[in-house]
Design a protein around this ligand. Structure first.
Ligand code: CMC
Length: 431
């Protein structure tokens, strides 16, 4: 008996092959359906569409499971760090000590940005949004290292180790420099010998005559935050990276497009929106209960930011981890943040409310990440930039999958046209 799915359109049957993933996920392969039947499948927002086969990340949204290359996120959060996890995501396996040392060497060697880029950064207006600067600057990386970004995937892959290290290392420097420039502060350059996260904090918060030294708790919290954002299968920004890569575009162009996609409030911009929401609830003297009621009506586009997810219909496992880390960090720093109390209250009210229960809306990673970033000292308009630094390994790994596929097709969805039917041109004096 065939395992194919059978689709009946009018009185004709079509046999469609099934694809089964390594975790038993199944898909109906409709690639040949249009040629056979004239029909396309319609799935606005791609909620039920598999756009690729990928070896990188597994999510089971119903069970609240997230694994990078097979490793559960909670185990990585406990035992690994951002750079080791970055290596895992990009190269497929945890590094040996030699591989890790070589990766660290490449990151250090590529920590500085070209002086031309510093001039460009200094040219932005003070109130320019750091996400606009970041996307432009990441795309510009290809202008300063043209051999790493040729739009010839074969050539780009030959230089992949260096290009990916450039992207991972310099995105952090660009982010910190853009912050310093926007504040009118002198640029602080990367310092040899510091870990990835400590070096970022040094470039953000040191002064020419006084080094900022991160406490182990702050350093750990930043590591964890980036690790939890490192990949998340075919979300909006990662699909964008793959879409752009599918045209043959290079790594910096493709990841820059991912940064633009991440910027929106329904995606990476949600961490900023959460803090704004918590602050306004606090300013209005609400404990969160009134806001939850308003979010249920959806009036004025109100939503409980940091809640709900396209894929998770259960707790986002990242939200649990960051929620616990948040309490520990604030305790260690002696910070009492009223937003944390409001967030805890919002969570407990929403989790008992039928509206949220019926729609399976749970806290997502952004619900607590903003409170962590604020405690570290990251300004609000840099929150989504932090998400972008964390997501870089996932974008790079996905770019590599697309670039390495010799039979890869350009991504080109179809549409159902709903505009006017054919009509004749009318000259301007007769309109
Ligand atoms: N507050 C109140 N109602 C909500 C919320 C929310 N946060 N999220 C979804 N709903 C309702 C929505 O109004 C709809 O109700 P109804 O069926 O009565 O029309 C139902 O739940 C389904 O919502 P949807 O918009 O069709 O769901 P989606 O899968 O398209 O959207 C989402 C997912 C994340 C965009 C959405 O839940 C949302 O806007 N959440 C707030 C923003 C947010 O926290 N985004 C960060 C996502 S996690 C970070 C990342 O991976 O990018």
């Amino acid at each position: 008996m065939s395992n194919d799915a059978i689709l009946k359109i009018k009185d004709k049957e079509y046999s469609l092959p099934m694809i089964v993933g390594s975790e038993g996920e199944t898909a109906i392969d409709t690639r040949k359906l249009r040629n056979q039947s004239g029909c396309i499948t319609y799935d606005e927002g791609y909620g039920n569409t598999g756009s690729c086969q990928s070896d990188i990340t597994f999510i089971d949204g119903e069970q609240g499971i997230l694994r990078y290359r097979g490793y559960p996120i909670d185990e990585l959060a406990l035992k690994s760090d951002f750079i080791e996890t970055t290596y895992l995501i990009i190269y497929g396996d945890l590094p040996t000590s030699e591989q890790r040392a070589e990766f660290a060497r490449l990151l250090s060697a590529n920590a500085h940005v070209h002086s031309g880029m510093i001039h460009l950064l200094e040219g932005y207006s003070r109130d320019a949004h750091p996400m606009a600067i970041l996307s432009a600057m990441v795309n510009s990386l290809g202008c300063y290292d043209p051999h790493l970004a040729t739009n010839d995937h074969k050539h780009d892959l030959e230089n992949f180790s260096e290009a990916s290290a450039v992207a991972i290392s310099k995105v952090r420097t660009i982010a910190a420099v853009s912050y310093r420039v926007s504040k009118g502060l002198p640029v602080i350059y990367p310092k040899e010998g510091l870990s990835y996260c400590d070096n970022f904090l040094h470039m953000m918060f040191s002064e020419p005559n006084q080094d900022y030294v991160a406490t182990p708790e702050v350093s750990h919290a930043l590591n964890l935050l980036l690790l939890l954002h490192a990949d998340h299968e075919q979300n909006c920004s990662t699909s964008t990276v793959r879409m752009v890569a599918s045209s043959g575009a290079n790594l910096s162009a493709s990841t820059s497009a991912g940064i633009c996609a991440l910027w929106g409030p329904k995606h990476g911009g949600a961490n900023m929106a959460v803090i704004k929401m918590l602050e306004s609830i606090h300013a209005e003297g609400d404990d969160g209960s009134r806001f939850v009621e308003a979010a249920k009506t959806g009036k004025g586009g109100k939503r409980l930011m940091g809640f709900g997810h396209r894929v998770y219909k259960n707790f986002d496992p990242r939200a649990k981890i960051i929620g616990q880390a948040c309490e520990k960090l604030l305790d260690s720093l002696g910070i009492e943040d009223p937003c944390l109390d409001i967030a805890r209250h919002l969570e407990s009210v929403a989790l008992k409310d039928d509206y949220f229960i019926e729609r399976k809306l749970y806290p997502n990673v952004d619900f607590y990440s903003g409170i962590v970033m604020r405690a570290i000292g990251i300004p609000l308009n840099m929150f989504t930039v932090m998400f972008a630094i964390g997501r870089m390994p996932g974008w790079i790994a996905n770019w590599k999958e697309v670039a390495s596929d010799p039979k890869g097709k350009i991504y080109r969805p179809r549409q159902i046209y709903t505009g006017p039917v054919k009509r004749d041109y009318v000259s301007i004096e007769n309109r």
